[in-house]
Design a protein around this ligand. Structure first.
Ligand SMILES: C[S@@+](CC[C@H](N)C(=O)[O-])C[C@H]1O[C@@H](n2cnc3c(N)ncnc32)[C@H](O)[C@@H]1O
Length: 382
């Protein structure tokens, strides 16, 4: 389906149609600063937004990859948000997102500037069969983000994405630091005590995806449109738009869905284009811009929150029961739950001293939150 302009703002355009045709017909060589996108994932179970099966995925993507390379400026970037997939009927993972990455680098000539991981702290424990029923895998809570570039030198600055300093860093900046050798062997110089405005973030991005009250959703309800089922939080495009583009640069999302990238780019004074095959999705996307310029992008997907990654070694480990030798191939008989998750009964463990038990008292808030997230989710779905 040929892509046509569906809606236009001062800075950008929503196209409806096939983005491959759009790029071939309308995009000049070396004209784009950032392609920020979340393509349909090669999920094993097809979702309602038209996924191509895993095996064909890489071949399908290749044609897009060639166009991406052609339209990007030499110092531009391609950022692909891509989730993993489970093999049908067994607790093993597809390699498709890694095969995609290798194809883009080895066959098309992209450079891997850096891999990022998007951790969604509110992700439910799926797939239930392996995670909550047979208990043989852990919760799958990250997406890969491949940051690629046509040359090894994409323009970028981590100064645009600084995280707030921790309390201990503030203390250190106030009280000074004694340069010394750390236990790791690193020699921390006196430069460590300089305030650089914030800390350099790791390549693990913690953004929840729990938008529930946005202008976009209200618009969809009002006009009886189905909201896009696989939206990413605006924090994701915001991070890369900040780090990799300047005001006035051009940002493109070829698998634009509900146009989160476009709305974020508009708010950040970048030019942009989003394209989606599905007319229903672009109808909803248009709603993002039907309000005052000052309000666009004001409903942000993620609050500025800091998340701590739970330490999986704080609870006692009861390994008196042996692991099942078949690796969970057969469903085991149901086990009785241990407590309600908030008040874990004390299990005698030779590893656990009083100090450990004292530290555990700090846990309930975190546990409450982890338990509440799925409950909130269920309540909303009713
Ligand atoms: C994972 S979704 C993107 C969601 C988007 N990031 C958001 O937050 O709303 C992928 C989208 O790619 C679209 N799509 C698939 N093939 C396409 C193509 N050839 N041209 C344009 N859009 C396409 C699908 O309709 C789907 O909406």
């Amino acid at each position: 389906m040929k892509a046509a302009v569906y809606f236009e703002t001062k800075l950008g355009r929503i196209y409806n149609g096939d983005s491959l045709d759009l790029m071939r017909e309308r995009f000049a060589d070396a004209s784009v600063d950032l392609i920020m996108t979340s393509p349909p994932f090669g999920l094993v179970r097809k979702k309602s937004y038209g996924n191509v099966q895993s095996e064909e995925y890489v071949a399908w993507f290749k044609q897009f990859g060639h166009e991406f390379k052609r339209i990007l400026k030499d110092n531009g970037s391609l950022v692909i948000d891509i989730g993993g997939a489970w093999m049908p009927g067994q607790p093993t993972r597809s390699l498709y997102q890694y095969e995609l990455l290798i194809m883009l680098c080895k066959e098309i000539g992209f450079h891997l500037a850096q891999e990022f991981f998007w951790w969604n702290p509110a992700r439910l424990p799926t797939p239930a069969e392996w995670v909550t029923v047979r208990r043989v895998r852990c919760k799958d809570a990250i997406n890969c983000l491949w940051w690629l570039s046509p040359t090894p030198w994409p323009k970028a600055s981590n100064r645009r994405v600084l995280a707030a300093y921790s309390d201990s860093m503030h203390q250190l900046l106030r009280n000074g630091y004694n340069p010394k050798l750390r236990p790791s062997g690193h020699d921390i110089s006196d430069k460590f005590g300089i305030n650089n405005g914030g800390s350099i973030p790791p390549n693990l991005l913690a953004f929840p995806n729990t938008e529930s009250n946005s202008h976009y959703l209200k618009y969809c309800t009002e006009y009886q449109l189905t909201p896009h089922p696989a939206r990413f939080p605006s924090a994701l495009p915001e991070f890369f738009i900040r780090m990799l583009t300047n005001k006035g640069d051009f940002v493109f999302d070829p698998f634009g869905g509900s146009c989160v990238t476009g709305e974020t780019a508009e708010r950040m004074a970048r030019k942009w284009a989003c394209c989606d095959l599905d007319e229903g999705y672009v109808k909803g996307a248009k709603g993002r811009f039907l309000r005052s310029q000052a309000d666009i992008g004001s409903t942000r997907g993620a609050k500025a929150e800091t998340y701590s990654v739970p330490n999986p070694l704080t609870e006692p480990c009861d390994d008196s029961e042996e692991l099942s030798v078949d690796g969970g191939k057969v469903r085991a008989a149901k086990r009785k739950a241990i407590g309600n998750g908030l008040h874990t009964p004390r299990i005698a463990s030779p590893m656990r001293g009083d100090e450990d038990l004292r530290r555990r008292k700090a846990l309930p808030t975190e546990q409450m939150r982890l338990l509440e997230e799925p409950m909130k989710y269920k309540a909303k779905r009713k």
